[in-house]
Design a protein around this ligand. Structure first.
Ligand SMILES: Nc1nc2c(ncn2[C@@H]2O[C@H](COP(=O)(O)OP(=O)(O)O)[C@@H](O)[C@H]2O)c(=O)[nH]1
Ligand SMILES: [Mg+2]
Length: 327
C-alpha cells in the first residue's frame, strides 16, 4: 500500500503512530482535523511498486483532475505504472480529482512522487560502508567522468582519497582516469586482478575514500559481469550504477536486470542535460525501489553533478504542467 491513513485523538499521537508504522522517513502528505481527532495521511518511502511487465502497460484512464498532471509527467517520460501509483495515492487525500484545476494538486502530486524517488545519501557520508565506492554501468554512460566529479567533491569535503581502476580494457581509459587523478593530486593505480585490488586497498587503508572505476559492459554481455561481481565483493565496495538519463524504459530495465546481481546500492543518472525525457530511466529505477545518489548534468568536472533530491526531481516531473498552463 502506498498511503497509510492514521487517525488519533491528537496530532502528536497521530504523527507518533506514523513514525512507528511507516518509519522515521515517512512523508506526511496531509493532516486534517476530524470530528474525533486528527487524521494523518502518510506515504511510506520504502514502497516498492509492482514490477512493470516487459510488454506494453495497459491503457490507463486517468481521473479528470489527474489528466493534466499525467500528461505533463508522461511528456517527461514517467511510466504509467509510477503515475498510476501517484494517482492512487492522491485518491486517498482530500484533493478533488473529479475535475482539473485544484490548486493544491501539483504540489501534492510532487510530494507523493517524491516519496517514491528514494535518496541515497550514503555516498557522501562518513558511513564506513561507503568508504570504497565502485562505479559500474554500460559503456560510455559517464562512469569515469562521474568518478572524477565524486572524487573532487570528496576532496572538497577534506577527505583523503585514492583512485583505482579495474578498467584495463582500453589503454585510453586508464590514461583518462590517470589525468583526472593527477589533476586532483590523488594517488592512482591500476588493478589487473582481484589480488592486485586487495593489495591496493590495503596500501591505501589510511584513505578516507577510495574510488574504483570499472570497464563498461553492455547489459547483454552477461559473461563479463560475474568476474566484476567477484572483484567488487572482494573490495567490499558500495556499488553505484551509472545510467544515462536518456535511456529508454525497456533498455533501462535491461541494464537494471543485468547489473542488479552486483548488489547495487544506488543509481546515478548521468547526462541528465542531454535528454528531454529523463522520466523513462527515472521511472525504471523507481519501479525497482532503488535509490538515487546523484544526477550528472554536464561534462564539466567537478561542477556538473548534484546530489539527487526526491522533491527536486518530483517538482521537475510536474514542472511542464506549470509551463503548459502558462503558455
Ligand atoms: N552531457 C554530458 N556528458 C557527459 C556526462 N557525463 C559524462 N559525459 C561525457 O560522456 C562521455 C563518456 O564519458 P566517460 O566518463 O568516459 O564514460 P564511461 O565510458 O562510462 O567511463 C565523455 O565525453 C564525457 O564527457 C553528463 O552528465 N552530461
Ligand atoms: Mg570509463
Amino acid at each position: 500500500m502506498l498511503l497509510k491513513r492514521i487517525e488519533k485523538k491528537t496530532l502528536a499521537e497521530a504523527l507518533e503512530a506514523v513514525r512507528t508504522e511507516c518509519g522515521a522517513d515517512a512523508l506526511v502528505v496531509e493532516t486534517r482535523p476530524t470530528r474525533t481527532g486528527f487524521l494523518v495521511v502518510a506515504a511510506r518511502p520504502e514502497t516498492r511498486l509492482p514490477q512493470q511487465p516487459a510488454t506494453a502497460p495497459p491503457l490507463l484512464r486517468w481521473t479528470r483532475g489527474f489528466q493534466p498532471l499525467a500528461a505533463a509527467a508522461a511528456d517527461f517520460g514517467v511510466s504509467a505504472t509510477v503515475l498510476h501509483a501517484v494517482e492512487r495515492a492522491l485518491l486517498g487525500t482530500k484533493v478533488d480529482l473529479s475535475r482539473p484545476g485544484d490548486p493544491a494538486l501539483p504540489n501534492l502530486a510532487a510530494r507523493v512522487l517524491a516519496a517514491l524517488v528514494h535518496e541515497a545519501p550514503g555516498f557522501e557520508s562518513t558511513d564506513p560502508r561507503f568508504r570504497v565506492q565502485a562505479l559500474v554501468g554500460p559503456t560510455g554512460v559517464g562512469k569515469t567522468t562521474t568518478l572524477a566529479k565524486l572524487a573532487a567533491r570528496a576532496q572538497g569535503r577534506g577527505e583523503s582519497i585514492a583512485i583505482l581502476t579495474l578498467d584495463t580494457y582500453r589503454v585510453a581509459a586508464v590514461e583518462q582516469l590517470r589525468a583526472f587523478a593527477d589533476l586532483l593530486g590523488a594517488p592512482f593505480a591500476v588493478a589487473f586482478t582481484t589480488t592486485d585490488l586487495k593489495r591496493l586497498l590495503a596500501e591505501h587503508r589510511a584513505c578516507d575514500r577510495i574510488f574504483v572505476d570499472t570497464t563498461g559492459r553492455s547489459p547483454r554481455d552477461r559473461d563479463a559481469l560475474p568476474a566484476l561481481e567477484g572483484n567488487l565483493r572482494a573490495a567490499g565496495a558500495a556499488v553505484l550504477l551509472c545510467l544515462a538519463a536518456g535511456t529508454h524504459a525497456r533498455d533501462a530495465r535491461l541494464v537494471l536486470d543485468a547489473y542488479e546481481g552486483l548488489g547495487l546500492e544506488a543509481v546515478c543518472l548521468t547526462k541528465w542535460d542531454e535528454t528531454v525525457a529523463p522520466g523513462e530511466a527515472l521511472a525504471a529505477v523507481v519501479e525497482r525501489g532503488l535509490p538515487f545518489s546523484h544526477l550528472c548534468i554536464g561534462q564539466e568536472v567537478p561542477a556538473d553533478i548534484v546530489v539527487a533530491q526526491g522533491m527536486e526531481i518530483a517538482r521537475a516531473v510536474f514542472a511542464r504542467l506549470a509551463a503548459g498552463a502558462a503558455a
